[in-house]
Design a protein around this ligand. Structure first.
Ligand SMILES: C[S@@+](CC[C@H](N)C(=O)[O-])C[C@H]1O[C@@H](n2cnc3c(N)ncnc32)[C@H](O)[C@@H]1O
Length: 268
């Protein structure tokens, strides 16, 4: 299954069915994204790979006199984003179904492009970022988050790897999506791709945060298992998976520390 097929199939449907879960997983990184993005009122913002649109709406709240476009390749997620967006509160938000690598943006039509983890999946990253650069005015800014390389002893990698091995699956290499997730994890690669796409003033800064996987270990296991539709899991396996997550239970839920890059760049 290609990456685009996955986002239009089971993976996109899962994200569309569980926006609150995925937002809880990622919200520890939102402050870093929006601090770096420094959205100003009046800004014209495009949110690349907007998913169910939370960051699109967060940008829109910061730019009530601007306009914000969420772009995503996933039909289920664009549908979900539209359903979650109150037109009266967000008259300046629109969503667009399309591949950000190739969709025709109005040249120079945006001041700022943001993305919370939606820019690692392009078939041709240089072409995609060049297309995004073309959508920005001269001096326009790009700010996105993407995963840091998974550290073998990092909490998220260790815990999810253990869950996957208990399920008899290889969490790290099981799909084209997993491979794509890591496509920008090396800062040298980020500089290479953005430089080739015409961006300048490229800055890559590491940020860590807790990602929430569920209210308790059993809940987190239920969520993890639900990501593999149709997978039969025995009670014994489920119990072993739950035990594996017990060390990560906190009053705030099952929290796994993870790291992302905050990447900022601008067009000349
Ligand atoms: C990890 S999810 C993040 C979603 C959203 N930014 C969030 O934080 O909830 C990645 C998103 O990128 C989208 N995506 C993948 N490839 C894309 C492409 N070529 N053009 C536009 N969106 C894409 C997926 O459909 C998915 O919604």
């Amino acid at each position: 299954m290609t990456v685009a097929e996955a986002w239009n199939g089971p993976l996109g449907q899962h994200w569309a069915a569980h926006p609150d879960r995925y937002n809880a997983m990622l919200d520890g990184f939102d402050a870093a994204l929006f601090d770096a993005a420094a959205v100003a009122d009046g800004d014209r913002v495009v949110d690349i790979g907007c998913g169910s649109g939370l960051t699109t709406r967060m940008a829109a709240l910061r730019a009530p006199a601007g306009r914000v476009t969420g772009v995503d390749i996933s039909e289920p997620l664009v549908g979900r984003a539209r359903a979650l967006t109150d037109d009266a509160q967000f008259p300046h938000v629109t969503y667009r179904l399309g591949d950000a690598q190739s969709c025709a943006f109005e040249p120079g039509g945006y001041d700022l492009a943001i993305s919370r983890g939606g820019v690692m999946f392009f078939a041709d990253p240089v072409a995609a970022f060049a297309n995004i650069a073309g959508a920005l005015r001269p001096g326009g800014r790009l700010v996105f988050l993407c995963p840091q390389p998974a550290q073998p002893d990092g909490e998220e990698r260790k815990a999810l790897g253990l869950l996957a091995s208990l399920l008899g699956r290889d969490h790290t290499t099981e799909s084209a999506v997993a491979t794509a997730m890591a496509s920008l994890s090396e800062p040298e690669r980020i500089h290479e791709v953005l430089g080739a796409a015409g961006f300048t003033d490229i800055e890559v800064t590491g940020v860590s945060a807790d990602t929430c996987w569920g209210k308790d270990a059993a809940d987190a296991v239920g969520f993890f298992v639900s990501r593999a539709p149709g997978l039969a899991v025995s009670d014994a396996t489920r119990a072993a998976m739950t035990s594996a997550l017990l060390p990560y239970e906190t009053p705030r839920g099952v929290m796994l520390r993870a790291g992302v890059w905050v990447v900022a760049a601008r067009t000349p």
